[in-house]
Design a protein. Structure first.
Length: 616
């Protein structure tokens, strides 16, 4: 047999043919793409007494010999392997996904064991015959994708490198985000399997027009509205959307990964503050629904979308294992990592408005750090005003937390700058800079209102939240829709309700991505605003070469260049309309003194951005 394989390889080589790929490997075998190891394993069913999610542990070690790169990837039970389309609940297909970061030869080795609760323990287990120890190899070629697709060669996985911003692994660029934080029940969608009908179930009908030929669907055309919603955000230049993956016991009670064992609504559960929940067995996963989620998430990756996984809410903090890191929670995290962790841009949010103990949160962080092979960004969200209580004990080497998802409470967005700057500074001082994002700027009742009823939210939101976050050194925003307005955090089905707002966000990204923001820090002291009075403006600087002065009320500003030398160009950017940089009343200034940046020359009482750069 070995002699035959050698002879076949020699013949293929001299014929100029490629070596045949491993029959267990499927997918586009290109850098950054989802590559799947698909195994014919033990026959099982979701509801088996011998729980296939808990009592089997499939781990696959992928390694790239040329670079020494190695990933230990958790696998999972996949029913018949096509459950998104067949709704199968049983089968013998088991899968593991890799998103390879190098071209060339990759090897794999399978560890497949069985035993009680072995998926969430370090127990040795009993080997699954013929599969445990299985090994093979495959070849990865360069990516052929381009543009904002995260699978493009120059993009790739977003990685935490110990700096304030996530970095594209395929280049030296860093990532800033803008997009939707609402609706939190995004996944409460009629086209998914295993959903319970309620008054807030979504059809995303308004976005069916945005689905394009060639886009994915499931079950002969389902999913067009939701896929279209992602397409629309992409078309507006947005690069993030968020969703709860487990809201049992929460407002909507219809986004969760589990099989429903009883369609009746139960009325008592002691650990849930709002004790109404769907009776779902929290160790039995819904294979077809999760495969349908994956179609959505993979499409998001192809559209350059950062995926914000909100793993729980304040109302159900203690639903899994009473809040501890026990069997239910470990399995929940493991399944999320195994099924979706291959996506290139995402964060694991430990919980919205958390009320968990700090010790529990540390345990959650540690679990993701040890079990997510790609070590995606892990973030935390608290109630406004509880930042110190939760964030301080997690700073630096006290935890594996790598980012924040901040919520504020002022209708005029006035807290955003100061809170962002505080935690950018605190995490930097702790020698582990966090990725600080503001994902619920504003207040709970109104926040970012629809275009037709914008109130103050577009003007103040742009001035003090959108630009306030960036000028404080923050990594971007997701925008919450208040519960008292149309198209709210629970009822929104049309992202066009904020169509004008997305323009402001796109303009800000276009400007910020044109400057060396990763090398710049907040320097409000250079515009005589050491007290951080937000109405006076903000300054972001790489002292000596690049300065951004944002003026929320227009006018002009004095900039302290007394400690630097050289001549500097002064240009202006319009945050309301975007476009090219403009020349204002002052075209250049000289270092060694405090200078006036002049004014933009028109509409000087509106907000403007002055960009001051050292002449080349």
């Amino acid at each position: 047999m070995i002699r035959s394989m050698i002879l076949l390889t020699v013949l293929l080589f001299f014929c100029g043919c490629a070596t045949p790929q491993d029959e267990n490997i499927t997918g586009e075998l290109k850098r950054w793409h989802k590559v799947t190891l698909k195994l014919a394993g033990p026959q099982a069913a979701e509801m088996d007494e011998n729980n296939p999610f808990l009592n089997y542990r499939l781990n696959v070690t992928f390694n790239h010999p040329e670079t020494g790169t190695q990933y230990k990837v958790p696998g999972y039970f996949a029913a018949d392997g096509d459950a998104a389309n067949t709704s199968a609940t049983a089968g013998n297909v088991w899968r593991a996904h890799l998103s390879p970061d190098h071209t060339g030869t990759w090897n794999y080795t399978v560890s497949f064991v069985k035993g009680k609760n072995v998926a969430v323990s370090d127990a040795k287990g009993t080997a699954v015959a013929e599969l445990d120890g299985l090994a093979g190899s495959f070849e990865i070629s360069e990516s052929d994708k381009n543009g904002r697709d995260f699978r493009a060669k120059e993009n790739g996985r977003l990685v935490y490198t110990g700096k304030r911003y996530l970095k594209y692994a395929g280049s030296d660029r860093y990532f800033l985000k803008q997009g939707a934080d609402a609706p939190e029940n995004f996944l409460n969608y009629k086209d998914f399997d295993g959903v319970v009908k309620n008054s807030r179930m979504k059809d995303w009908k308004a976005h069916q027009q945005d689905w394009k030929v060639g886009d994915p669907t499931w079950k002969d055309g389902k999913g067009k509205g939701m896929i279209g919603a992602v397409n629309y955000l992409h078309s507006e230049g947005m690069n993030v959307f968020s969703f709860l993956t487990m809201n049992l016991g929460v407002d909507d009670n219809n986004c969760f990964p589990y099989v429903i064992t009883d369609n009746k609504i139960q009325k008592k559960y002691p650990n849930v503050r709002k004790p109404i929940y769907v009776n779902a067995k929290r160790t039995i996963m819904d294979c077809s629904k999760l495969d349908q989620w994956e179609i959505l998430f993979s499409h998001g990756t192809a559209k350059g979308m950062y995926l914000h996984f909100k793993t729980q809410e304040t109302e159900n903090n203690n639903l899994l294992d009473g809040g501890e890191l026990g069997v239910e929670r470990k399995l929940y995290y493991r399944e999320l990592i195994a099924r979706f962790g291959h996506n290139l841009a995402l964060n694991w949010n430990l919980g919205e408005e958390t009320t968990n103990k700090v010790s529990q949160l540390k345990d959650y962080c540690e679990y993701f750090y040890q079990n997510d092979p790609y070590r995606h960004n892990v973030v935390l969200h608290t109630y406004p005003g509880q930042w110190d209580k939760y964030y301080t004990p997690l700073l630096g080497n006290k935890s594996k937390l790598s980012g924040l998802s901040i919520q504020t409470s002022k209708k005029n967005f006035s807290q955003v700058f100061s809170v962002t700057k505080k935690w950018v500074t605190a995490s930097n001082n702790a020698k582990k800079p966090w990725i600080v994002a503001v994902d619920e700027p504003g207040d709970a009742s109104l926040s970012l209102r629809p275009d037709k009823d914008a109130g103050n939210s577009h003007e103040d939101g742009r001035r003090y939240a959108l630009w306030g976050t960036f000028m404080a050194g923050g990594a971007g925003n997701e925008w919450y829709f208040g519960y008292k307005v149309a198209h709210s955090d629970l009822t929104c089905q049309d992202f066009r309700s904020r169509d004008k707002w997305w323009d402001f966000c796109r303009y800000s990204l276009e400007f910020m991505n044109s400057i060396p923001f990763s090398e710049m820090i907040n320097r409000n002291d250079l515009i005589a605003n050491s007290a951080d009075n937000i109405k006076e403006g903000f300054c972001l600087a790489k002292e000596g070469s690049h300065y951004v002065v944002y003026l929320p009320a227009g006018g002009s500003k004095m900039l302290d260049l007394s400690k630097v030398s050289g001549e500097f160009d002064v240009q202006w950017f319009d945050p309301r309309n975007g476009g090219q940089l403009q020349v204002g009343s002052v075209s250049s200034v000289k270092g060694g003194q405090i200078v006036s940046v002049g004014n933009p020359g028109s509409k000087i009482k509106e907000d403007w951005v002055a960009y001051i750069t050292l002449k080349k």
